[in-house]
Structures are given as structure tokens and as C-alpha cells.
Design a protein around this ligand. Structure first.
Ligand SMILES: [Zn+2]
Ligand SMILES: [Zn+2]
Ligand SMILES: [Zn+2]
Ligand SMILES: [Zn+2]
Ligand SMILES: [Zn+2]
Length: 361
């Protein structure tokens, strides 16, 4: 709902903000109350352990020692959490009063085309114009403030409303935004102060300014590689205009890795072809043939009657000597068919074939 439509809602938001800023800090919810109970438990376990040691109950002593160790570890974790919470510097309360907080919210309407209060989620969202950096149109962005978390570690997100992410990393929607988190860079302390003091209007303007600025040195993905994808052979990020596709498998190739087949003149990746071992020229698998004798991959020019230069000419080969099947005389040496076989059965008349052993009865 746009803010001007409901002054009541705006006032409610300002009141909520005042409560958030003036309310007790996160550290105030920490307590040392559970510590004495834990210490008593430790003392009890230690007494049991010592008794078991004196009485030489080895198994019981080991059990007590292990439980004591676990308790000590739990206590030390609890203490560490307390220490971290208490020693973290508490943000100072907002220096703005209710009227000023209300005016901050109101000012967003003049600066941003679209301002929305999502009251149920306690979220305030403003939308930027389309952000175009170095001719790359990244679309408009929503700066979404979590009013519950203004003093927490991640109080806002940057959402691409018409995303045009980096080709190689879909979660990078802006050179300085990854997974909806802005890389604040040098702006970090200024942004933190604006939020701590409740100057939400100024905060949103600062964020928009960062979104409108490009710093190649700190970009998650530089704009020069925005449409780039890795070469499948060497991994180099390659823009569309410099990339080619392997004709055979379709993989993306950089200029350096694209191999030109001398047979068909198409680009290929290194997996889809090789050099002919005889002339050393590069050919795709489709344009290579096999020597019929040694099976080596070879280009057509280097094959003579399907043979590579290393293999002798078919005419120099000795005459073909066919293998003869075993003669009846040879086969007759093998064991005779069982005498008990019926005279009408074929086995009794014919000699067994080569490799066929007759089983004596
Ligand atoms: Zn490459
Ligand atoms: Zn290929
Ligand atoms: Zn080819
Ligand atoms: Zn060749
Ligand atoms: Zn050969």
C-alpha cells in the first residue's frame, strides 16, 4: 500500500520504529541465572567421580569423568555466548523523535517512485529506477528493510525485480549484490550509522547511490564478463561474441581452445577430434578414418586404400592360408560313442565333433 494512502499506517510504522529504537537492546535479554545450577551439578558429579576413584570402581569412575567433561563443555559454551553478547557494543538509541521518524518515512515518497509498507511482515520496501551500468541493464531493484531487524546483523535485502543476473552466477544480480546482500564497501560505516540513528530516508538514498555506482575492482562479477560463460576446455570466462560452439558436442569454447578441422572447416572442442599422427593436422572425429590394419585414427589424405603409411600395402601380404576343419580321421581318435547307446540314435553312427567329449557310460 503506498504510504500517502494511509497516514494512519505511516504513523503506526513510525511508532513501531520508535519502539524498536528506544526499546531494550539485545544484550538486555541475556542472563546469568542458570549458572549457579550448572555449577552445583558440576560439584555433585565431581564428588561422585572422586568416590568412585577411591573405591577403585573403574567403570563407574570413567562414566563420571565423561559426564563431568560434558558438563564442563556445556558450561564453557554458555559462558562464551554470554561474553560475546555482553561485550558487543550496543548501538546507541535513535537520535530521532517520533515526528522525525515519521518525516523520514514521508521523505521516501519524494525520492522513490514506489514505496510500500508490508505491515504484516514489518517490512518497508522502496523501488529504484532501472539501474543501467556500462550499457548493461540490470532492471529495477527493491531495497527491503526489515523493521524488526534494524539493529540486527542483516537489516535489509536488495531484490532484483526484473533480474538480469550474471551468466556465470545466477545469484549475482548486480556487480555488488550477491544473494540479495549488498557489498557495501566503503559505505559500510555511513550506512550503519544512518540505520542506527533511524534516518531511513537517508539510508535508502545511500543504498541507491551504491547501486548506481560500479567499481570493477570489488565486483562479484565484473560487467565486462556479465554475459560470459566459462570455456568448457580451459574455464576462461568468454563473452558471447568471442565464444564458439563445438560442432559435434555443442560445448562453449574460447578463441584459444576452438580447434578448426581441416576436413570440414568447423570449430570443435579438444575432446571431439585429434591430430592425424602422420601429417599432424587437426581433424574432427567425423573427418578421421581408421587404418583397416592397425586401427589408428588417420586423415583421409594419409590413408592409401584404407591403410596408414605405417602399414604395408595389401599386395605385399602373403597369400591367405585358410584354416581347414578337422578331418574325419583326426576326429576318429577322440573317444568313441558309448557302446550302450541305441543303434538307432545318431550319436552311435556319427563321430563326435571337435571339442565335444563323449561321456563313457
Ligand atoms: Zn578455452
Ligand atoms: Zn566437442
Ligand atoms: Zn571435420
Ligand atoms: Zn594425415
Ligand atoms: Zn595402420
Amino acid at each position: 500500500m503506498p504510504i500517502p494512502e494511509s497516514r494512519r499506517l505511516l504513523l503506526r510504522a513510525a511508532l513501531f520504529l520508535e519502539e524498536q529504537y528506544q526499546g531494550p537492546s539485545a544484550a538486555a535479554s541475556l542472563s546469568c541465572e542458570s549458572l549457579p545450577g550448572r555449577c552445583q551439578q558440576l560439584q555433585r558429579l565431581e564428588r561422585q567421580w572422586r568416590r568412585a576413584l577411591v573405591r577403585r570402581y573403574a567403570a563407574a569412575a570413567a562414566e563420571c569423568q565423561s559426564r563431568l567433561g560434558t558438563e564442563v563443555r556445556l558450561l564453557s559454551r554458555e559462558l562464551a555466548t554470554l561474553a560475546t553478547g555482553l561485550l558487543r557494543p550496543d548501538p546507541p538509541p535513535a537520535s530521532l523523535n517520533l515526528r522525525e521518524l515519521w518525516e523520514e518515512l514521508q521523505s521516501l515518497n519524494q525520492e522513490f517512485e514506489n514505496v510500500e509498507l508490508h505491515w504484516r511482515e514489518r517490512a518497508l520496501a522502496v523501488t529504484t529506477e532501472r539501474i543501467v551500468l556500462e550499457d548493461v541493464d540490470l532492471g529495477p531493484f527493491e531495497i527491503r528493510l526489515d523493521l524488526n531487524q534494524l539493529r540486527g546483523p542483516a537489516p535489509y535485502q536488495i531484490r532484483a525485480l526484473d533480474p538480469s543476473p550474471a551468466a556465470s552466477q545466477s545469484r549475482v544480480t548486480h556487480p555488488h549484490v550477491q544473494q540479495e546482500q549488498l557489498c557495501e564497501g566503503d559505505g559500510k560505516p555511513v550506512l550503519a550509522r544512518a540505520l542506527q540513528e533511524g534516518r531511513l530516508g537517508e539510508f535508502c538514498l545511500l543504498v541507491r547511490q551504491i547501486l548506481r555506482t560500479y567499481n570493477a575492482g570489488s565486483a562479484y562479477v565484473p560487467l565486462s564478463e556479465w554475459t560470459a560463460l566459462p570455456c568448457s576446455d580451459c574455464g576462461t570466462q568468454t563473452n558471447d561474441e568471442d565464444a564458439s560452439e563445438c560442432r559435434r558436442c555443442g560445448s562453449r569454447l574460447c578463441e584459444r581452445c576452438s580447434q578448426l578441422c581441416l576436413g570440414c572447416s568447423n570449430s570443435h572442442c579438444s575432446d571431439c577430434g585429434q591430430r592425424c599422427p602422420h601429417c599432424d593436422d587437426w581433424f574432427c572425429e567425423h573427418c578421421l578414418n581408421q587404418c583397416e590394419r592397425c586401427a589408428a585414427a588417420c586423415c583421409d589424405d594419409c590413408l592409401t586404400e584404407q591403410r596408414c603409411p605405417h602399414c604395408p600395402d595389401p599386395v605385399e601380404e602373403p597369400d591367405h592360408v585358410p584354416c581347414h576343419p578337422p578331418t574325419v580321421e583326426t576326429a576318429a581318435i577322440s573317444p568313441s560313442p558309448p557302446e550302450t547307446a541305441s543303434p538307432t540314435s545318431g550319436a552311435a553312427v556319427q563321430p563326435p565333433r571337435l571339442g565335444q567329449a563323449a561321456v563313457p557310460a
